[in-house]
Design a protein around this ligand. Structure first.
Ligand SMILES: C[S@@+](CC[C@H](N)C(=O)[O-])C[C@H]1O[C@@H](n2cnc3c(N)ncnc32)[C@H](O)[C@@H]1O
Length: 314
C-alpha cells in the first residue's frame, strides 16, 4: 500500500477478535481517506484493537499501539517468530483436546493460567473459545469472560481457520517497518509527523467499559482537542446514530471535519421484519477526504449477525 483511497476486494480477519472490530467498515474507511505515503510516512493507529484495519492496509511503515498489552504482545510474538503457524496448530490441537475432554473446567484452568502468566498462546485460546468472543478484563486487569459453552470448539477445521489467520497476519507484516507498542493514545499521537496519517478508533463512550476501555466524555473531548492540533492527516471512527439515538459527541466535538457515513443494517433476532439501521461516521481532517463517493458494492454476509448484515454508503 502506498496510497489511499483504495478499493479492497475481500477483507481478511486477523486471529484476534475484539469488540468494535471494524471488519465490515474496512472498504468504507479505505475508500474515504486520501493519503499518499511517502518513504518516511507512517500509518499511526493508537487504538489498534484486532488490527484489522492496519493488516488489510499493509502500510510500509506503521506505529500500532493499544493499552491492551495482551493484544500488543500477541502481535509482537508473531513479529518475533515466537508465534507461528505450526506452533499455533500444535498448541490448539493439544489444548483443544483437553477442552473437549474436560469442558468448562479446562477453560477456567486456562483462564487462571493466563491471568497468572499472560501467555499469548493462552490469550488466543481464550479469545477463540470464550463466550461470544468477548474481550473483557476486570478492575484488576484479569480476563473474566466466561466459557462459550462449546467443548468441541477446537475442531480441526476451526484450528485450520485460526492457523491460516495467523499465517496471513505473519505475511502481512513480514519485512515491513511496523512497531507494536503498549501505550496510551496521548503518548503516541504526539509522535505523529506531518507526512503520517493517524487513524483513530476509540471505544464508544460509556460502552464496553473495562480495565482497558475506560472511555468517558472527558477522555473523548481530550482526544478531539488533541487531534485538531495534529500536524498530519487523520480520521476518526464513531457511531453516528441509530433509530433510537444520535451521538451528540460527534456534533459537539467533530463537526469541523469532513463527514462520511456508512450504514449498517442488522436484524434483531431471526425476523427479517425487525431490520434496524446503524450509521457509522468517519470524520476526516480537511484535505484528507477522498472525493470519490460512488456507491460501493459490499457482499452480503452469509449469516445474520448483529450490526453487519449489509452495508451501503450514503
Ligand atoms: C474500538 S476498539 C478498536 C477496534 C479496532 N479498530 C478494530 O477494528 O479491531 C478500541 C481499542 O482502544 C483501546 N483503548 C482503550 N482506551 C485506550 C487508551 N486510553 N489509549 C489507547 N488505547 C485504548 C482498547 O484496548 C481497544 O482495543
Amino acid at each position: 500500500m502506498n496510497a489511499l483511497p483504495l478499493q479492497i476486494g475481500q477483507v481478511k480477519v486477523p486471529p484476534i477478535k475484539c469488540q468494535g472490530i471494524k471488519t465490515k467498515l474496512v472498504p468504507f474507511i479505505f475508500s474515504s481517506i486520501k493519503w499518499t505515503a511517502t518513504e518516511q510516512a507512517r500509518w499511526v493507529e493508537p487504538f489498534l484493537g484486532s488490527g484489522v484495519v492496519a493488516f488489510n492496509l499493509q502500510p510500509e511503515r506503521a506505529l500500532l499501539t493499544d493499552t491492551n498489552l495482551h493484544i500488543i504482545r500477541f502481535y509482537q510474538a508473531i513479529q518475533s517468530g515466537e508465534i507461528h503457524q505450526a506452533a499455533v496448530r500444535e498448541f490448539l490441537f493439544c489444548e483443544g483436546e483437553k477442552l473437549a475432554r474436560s469442558g468448562q473446567d479446562y477453560y477456567y484452568e486456562v483462564r487462571e493460567r493466563f491471568n497468572q502468566f499472560a501467555s499469548p498462546f493462552d490469550f488466543l485460546f481464550l479469545n477463540r473459545s470464550c463466550f461470544n468472543g468477548l474481550m473483557r478484563f476486570n478492575r484488576q486487569g484479569k480476563f473474566n469472560v466466561p466459557f462459550g459453552h462449546k467443548p468441541q470448539r477446537f475442531a480441526p477445521t476451526y484450528i485450520t481457520k485460526i492457523v491460516n489467520q495467523v499465517g496471513w497476519a505473519t505475511r502481512q507484516m513480514k519485512d515491513l517497518d511496523w512497531e507494536f507498542r503498549v501505550a496510551k493514545w496521548q503518548d503516541v499521537v504526539g509522535e505523529a509527523q506531518p507526512e503520517d496519517f493517524v487513524y483513530l478508533d476509540p471505544p464508544y463512550i460509556g460502552r464496553h467499559t473495562d480495565y482497558y476501555n475506560a472511555w468517558d466524555d472527558s477522555e473523548a473531548m481530550k482526544l478531539s482537542a488533541v487531534a485538531k492540533s495534529l500536524p498530519c492527516g487523520f480520521a476518526v471512527s464513531m457511531w453516528l446514530e441509530n433509530r433510537y439515538r444520535k451521538n451528540s459527541h460527534v456534533v459537539d466535538c467533530w463537526s469541523d471535519f469532513e463527514l462520511r457515513v456508512c450504514s449498517h443494517f442488522y436484524h434483531v433476532g431471526a425476523s427479517e421484519s425487525l431490520r434496524n439501521e446503524m450509521d457509522e461516521a468517519l470524520l476526516i481532517k480537511a484535505g484528507f477526504a477522498a472525493s470519490n463517493r460512488g456507491k460501493q458494492a459490499v457482499k452480503k454476509p452469509k449469516t445474520e449477525v448483529q450490526l453487519s448484515l449489509a452495508m451501503d454508503m450514503k
